[in-house]
Design a protein around this ligand. Structure first.
Ligand SMILES: O=C(O)c1ccccc1N[C@@H]1O[C@H](COP(=O)(O)O)[C@@H](O)[C@H]1O
Length: 207
């Protein structure tokens, strides 16, 4: 599964979908250089999206705001990137939640897996580098995650691009990895996707 995040232009949506992205991310965090308003994903033609599903990324927004944007932007999933708790996930609908964890917050993989187990009703997990927020362009220690015992399939995020995504997939393949999230590593500038980088990274994942 490939997610390409930070869509800000209709042509990037079309090209990334054509390149084989399964999930396309739209960031509703106002401080992000990739910030968009709900009317952008709502305005996209089904032909441009193809089979790709729309994911909204939220950091500090309230449950009411997330639910409103979910409807207005016609999202398929919400990526909760702000440490939201189980009550929040339940209110949005577990089946629609991609719950983010930051492995660097935990003293061990076991502690991370224990916390993940508390969110086992969520649709998917996503692991990002750092200890909060996202879009930093920093990578996790892929080899260290190879032994993770995750109760749900998960997406690997954090500084992934054409040069490192294959190594990441190979390292985590046996740890219930569902796929990868490409963002700043496939851009020419923040919010502007470089389609050649996107195509090269997707090909590297799938070869
Ligand atoms: O990309 C952003 O600006 C962003 C802002 C706030 C929360 C999440 C954000 N992006 C997500 O961060 C990860 C990793 O991105 P990167 O590859 O390190 O650039 C990814 O899941 C994005 O969806």
């Amino acid at each position: 599964m490939i997610k390409v995040c930070g869509m800000t232009r209709p042509e990037d949506v079309r090209l990334c979908a054509e390149a084989g992205a399964d999930l396309l991310g739209f960031i509703f965090h106002p401080a992000s250089p990739r910030f968009v308003t709900p009317d952008f994903p709502a305005s996209l033609e089904p032909e441009a999206l193809g089979q790709a599903r729309k994911v909204g990324v939220f950091v500090k927004e309230s449950v009411v705001e997330v639910r409103h944007t979910l409807d207005e932007a016609r999202l398929d999933y919400v990526q909760l990137h702000g440490g939201q708790d189980q009550k929040f996930c339940r209110s949005v609908g577990f089946e629609r939640v991609i719950k983010v964890f930051w492995p660097e917050r935990y003293a061990s993989l076991d502690e991370l897996a224990e916390d993940m187990a508390r969110f086992a009703d969520c649709a998917l997990f996503l692991l990002d580098a750092g200890t909060s927020g996202g879009g930093h362009g920093r990578s996790l220690d892929f080899a260290a995650l190879a032994k993770l015992d995750s109760p749900r399939p998960w997406l690997l995020a954090g500084g992934l691009g054409p040069k490192n995504v294959r190594a990441a997939v190979e390292a985590c393949a046996k740890a219930n990895l569902a796929g990868v999230d490409l963002n700043s590593g496939v851009e020419s500038a923040p919010g502007l996707k470089d389609i050649e980088k996107v195509r090269t990274a997707i090909a590297a994942c799938r070869r």
